[in-house]
Every structure is written in C-alpha cells, then in structure tokens.
Design a protein around this ligand. Structure first.
Ligand code: IMP
Length: 187
C-alpha cells in the first residue's frame, strides 16, 4: 500500500482524509511537525505558505490543508480567522452573535484548500466548498470544530450528526479530497 504524509495536528481532518484515500489504496500517515499559519486574506495563501515552509525540512511528498467557515451575513467572518474564533468563543460564540442580532439569513459556506507538496514541484492546490446554513442550536456529537452548528445544503442534519462517510459526501473537505485523489490517480 502506498502512503502519503498529512501535516496536521487535527485528528478529525486526518480520519476524513484516511477514509477517502482508503478508497484508492493509499494510506494517510499523520505528521505533526507543524508550520506557521500566517495571517492572510485567503486560505490559499495560508496553505501555499505552509507548503513552502514544510518543504524546507521535510523530504517526502505530503499534503496539508487550511479550512474556514464563511458566514454570509457576517461578511464572510470568521473565514480566515476560523481557528482563532473557534479557540476563543467557539460554536457558542458564533451562535450568540447570530442569535443576538436576530439575523434571518443564516447562509454560510465551508471552504477547504488542500495543498500537495513535493520537493521538485511547485505546490498544487485543490479547493472544495460546501454551502449550508448555521443551525439555531448545537446538534450532534461527531466530528470537530464547527460541525455541531453547520447544516449542509440538501440535508437536515448537522455535520456532527453524520458519520465520516456521510460528512465526506457533502463536505468541503470531501470535495477537495476528490480533486486531490483525481490528481493522485494521474501521477
Ligand atoms: P484550520 O485552520 O484549517 O485547522 O481550521 C480552521 C477552523 O475551522 C478550526 O477551528 C477548525 O476546527 C474549523 N474547521 C475546519 N474544518 C472543519 C470542518 O470540517 N468542520 C468543522 N469545523 C472545521
């Protein structure tokens, strides 16, 4: 079985990637060396910078990912600040912000940018999006991060009420991983 390193500290992302890659017989191995997540205007810039940084010290081919939740009525917030907002106020803080201001429009989009790094290649990026709405209350115990408050389009469950395969079939990460897997099939 072939393998690819996934530079991440997030077990939730890891298991979602492992599930997808198992379909094509590739083992995804976690590596926790980390990289600076620069403050930038886009997920693409964060992922690109991450690859360039990891390439300086890590010689095997690898993938890494940056993701974010963009809420329409908050003009895309928390977006590139998703990790900071999650660690400070969490799902409850986002719900409070939306519920206190009594906004009717709860439309949001999750975005995922995977990057493939290899020493003799420039970084390749793979983007996935999932539209949906922010729930009124938290629901479900699976997944991680904002999963309990995000309901993807064409479902009435939050991501946290889904198993990994079901989440992958709707999610931003499921879609970016599909593109990454198509790329892997070609090389
Ligand atoms: P990161 O910078 O890509 O690790 O993610 C930014 C923030 O979004 C973190 O707080 C994650 O927990 C959260 N996040 C990323 N992907 C997902 C997801 O698929 N579901 C829920 N939250 C997510």
């Amino acid at each position: 079985m072939k393998k690819i390193y996934f530079i991440t500290s997030n077990k939730g992302k890891l298991v979602e990637a492992q599930k997808k890659f198992s379909e094509i017989g590739i083992e995804v191995v976690q590596n926790n060396i980390g990289y600076p997540e620069i403050q930038a205007d886009s997920l693409e810039e964060v992922a690109f910078f991450g690859v360039e940084h990891v390439l300086k010290n890590f010689k095997s081919p690898f993938i890494l990912e940056d993701a974010g939740l963009f809420i329409d009525t908050l003009k895309g917030f928390p977006g590139v600040y998703s990790a900071y907002v999650f660690h400070t106020v969490g799902c409850d803080g986002v719900l409070k912000l939306m519920n206190d201001t009594k906004v009717k429009d709860r439309i949001a989009v999750f975005r995922s940018v995977f990057a493939y790094g290899k020493s003799d290649l420039k970084p390749h990026l793979f983007i996935g999006e999932c539209k949906g709405v922010i729930s009124i209350v938290k629901r479900g115990n699976n997944g991680f991060g904002y999963d309990p408050i995000f309901i993807p389009q064409n479902s009435d469950k939050t991501f946290a009420e889904m198993n990994i395969s079901e989440k992958n079939s709707y999610s931003h990460r499921g879609k970016s991983l599909e593109k990454l897997i198509d790329f892997f099939k070609k090389i």
